[in-house]
Write a protein that binds this ligand. Structure first.
Ligand SMILES: [Fe+2]
Length: 421
């Protein structure tokens, strides 16, 4: 399966999105189910740690006589300087056999008399110690004598704290926006692809219709076979180099293809006459512009095609035909096709002369700048000759140009003037 670059990029971005979302959930699941427990057995009871920032401390805050013997008060503090909240925590201490739980506060406590383990659990008020928080609570245990617990254990679940996870919020928002944009992009792209497919098909139909019509023109004037296609390609390239909009480039290509449509109305004998033309014959040939304009009047949906057929023989100085339009009055497409048409006529063999060579063509075109041609367009055409673009076009259209190279005229046969119609 072949994918274009944009589609590959979308796939890569999609995979990254999946990884991001998965890692987000995995992190969440891990953080919520992480049971961290560290047992501290140091008799100094400096603290039991879950981590460097989450730990418990215990102090013996007093002893006094009781009915059993000695009452021992122990106060506990759990510090949570972590970025996580601490949930479902328990603290447990080992107490001597025979101890009695006298009192407790700030928590719930349960003494297992068989093991001597006193487990202190959170109450409903403080079952979660928030990030950067701490709680204090205490118990009184009566025993035969004063004692210090031999071990202190702290257990709990670390869970992510919403207040401290600004970065996570940002990631959530980012992922949300990204997902919306991504889905939007996918939908748009899918629609755009369908649209492009349809557009491609439409263009194919237009081109096939045009080529069929061009075959009629070529059948009448076999010496210029391939001319329309080459002119279309030169004109489109000029438009591209002039940075005209994409639609204009497309339309100028159609305009180039059909610029000589009116030739179909010119009698074959006149069109292919090798000798000097009479005034009437010249008028008949020149009339292909007006005829083309009339024939293409129905093709109004393709911008500039009719005007190009009508005005591609106007001259920049106003001495052209059919209307003697001058300068910018001549539609841009017609000015561009005019230059492309002239180049192709000069570089192809005609019934009345052989093609000119590269230097002669450049000289002729430059001579015509400002008189026959729009000077700005001339510079693009000359560039295309010099950088070899025109040769690429000739190679691409070689199959259509069956007459190319069939002439064996000598240099002397070159009339020296361009006689494009
Ligand atoms: Fe023409």
């Amino acid at each position: 399966m072949k994918f274009d670059r944009t589609f590959r990029t979308v796939i890569v971005l999609f995979i990254i999105l999946v990884i991001l979302i998965s890692s987000y959930f995995v992190q969440d699941i891990i953080s919520k189910n992480n049971v961290a427990s560290v047992e501290e057995t140091d008799l100094s009871l400096t603290g039991a740690k879950l981590s460097d920032s989450t730990y418990a401390k215990m102090v013996v805050s007093g002893t006094w006589d009781s009915a059993v013997g000695v009452a021992n008060q122990f106060d506990f503090t759990i510090f949570n300087a972590d970025k996580y909240d601490l949930a479902n925590w328990t603290i447990s201490i080992q107490v001597p056999a025979g101890s009695v739980l006298d009192n407790y506060w700030g928590s719930e406590a349960e003494l297992d008399k068989s093991t001597g383990l006193l487990v202190i659990k959170p109450t409903s008020y403080n079952n979660t110690i928030l990030s950067d928080g701490n709680i204090t609570f205490g118990i009184i245990v009566s025993a035969k004598e004063a004692f210090s617990p031999t071990s202190l254990h702290l257990q709990g679940y670390k869970i992510l704290n919403n207040n401290t996870s600004l970065a996570r919020r940002i990631v959530e928002v980012f992922i949300g926006i990204w997902a919306i944009v991504f889905i939007g992009f996918l939908v748009t792209r899918l629609n755009f692809r369908n649209y492009r497919e349809k557009q491609k098909n439409d263009i194919k139909i237009i081109l096939q219709s045009m080529n069929t019509f061009i075959n009629f023109i070529d059948a009448k004037d076999p010496y210029t076979r391939g001319h329309s296609k080459r002119v279309a390609m030169y004109a489109a390239e000029i438009a591209k180099r002039m940075r005209l909009p994409e639609d204009d480039i497309q339309n100028i290509y159609y305009a180039g293809l059909l610029h000589d449509a009116g030739k179909i109305s010119v009698p074959d004998a006149v069109l292919n006459k090798p000798g000097v033309l009479t005034k009437e014959e010249r008028t008949m040939i020149q009339n292909h512009t007006v005829a083309g304009g009339k024939m293409l009047v129905q093709l109004s949906s393709l911008k500039g095609v009719r005007e190009t057929a009508l005005y591609h023989h106007e001259r920049y100085d106003g001495s052209g035909y059919p209307d003697g339009l001058k300068g910018e009055m001549i539609p841009l497409f017609a000015r561009i096709v005019g230059v492309a048409d002239a180049y192709d006529a000069m570089s192809s063999n005609r019934v009345y002369r052989r093609h000119l060579n590269k230097d002669e063509i450049i000289e002729e075109i430059q001579k015509g700048a400002g008189t026959q041609f729009d000077p700005r367009i001339v510079t693009y055409m000359v560039d295309m000759i010099n950088d070899g673009y025109v040769n690429v076009v000739k190679m691409e259209t070689a199959d259509n140009d069956e007459s190319y190279g069939k002439f064996n005229l000598t240099e002397e046969d070159i009339p020296g003037v361009y006689m494009g119609f």
